[in-house]
Design a protein around this ligand. Sequence first.
Ligand code: ADP
Ligand code: ZN
Length: 210
Amino acid sequence: MKLIFLGPPGAGKGTLAVKAVEILGVQQISTGSIFRAAVAAGSPLGLKVKAIMDAGKLVDDETTIALVKERLTQADVQKGYILDGFPRTIPQAQALASFSSVEKVVNFDIPDSGVLERLGGRRVCRMCGYNFHVKFNPPSQEGVCDHCGGEVYIRDDDQPQAIQKRLEVYRAQTEPLIGYYREKGLLVDIDASPMVDEIVVNFKKVMGIK
Ligand code: ADP
Ligand code: ZN
């Protein structure tokens, strides 16, 4: 199954993707995680994108498209994938259509208030990328990942100013993709406001999985 997870920052795309990977047996491809790994490694890509990400802006289409195009040539994603955080612009969606055929786009429906609450409390594992939340899903030991023992930290782009910017960018550049994919008959909506377990149930329902 070739899937896109579409929705505002903090909608829970990455969190659901971890569960959906188990349910569907396909790989998650998160452009945000790939960029963060590049930043952590200090690679040329990382040096190029760090300031852009910290400001809550989008990495340019050319760079992002080339990265995903390359990733999609690899053997482990030929039968399926979950694209989490890509495409984020109409040109990215058009490019994707030229090198892969997506079967469904899951649209995460959540109001701004929900986004702000989630991003404000989000904590992320530096090693495995797992998402925690101070209130909804805290690590059992503060600052330590339950899954890999890595350091749990606040992403630079989860600082209040960057959050506001990311929401603006989402409205202007990414939200138009809802109409784009609805027109193609690929869009399914899920209510992303409830807690994770309930979102998993909603997800299975729209995917026709029991
Ligand atoms: P979130 O969905 O929580 O905003 P992501 O982890 O998906 O965060 O992305 C973090 C940052 O990485 C984005 O704010 C942006 O700078 C960059 N990024 C990720 N995916 C893309 C993309 N498809 N196009 C451009 N920039 C991207
Ligand atoms: Zn971890």
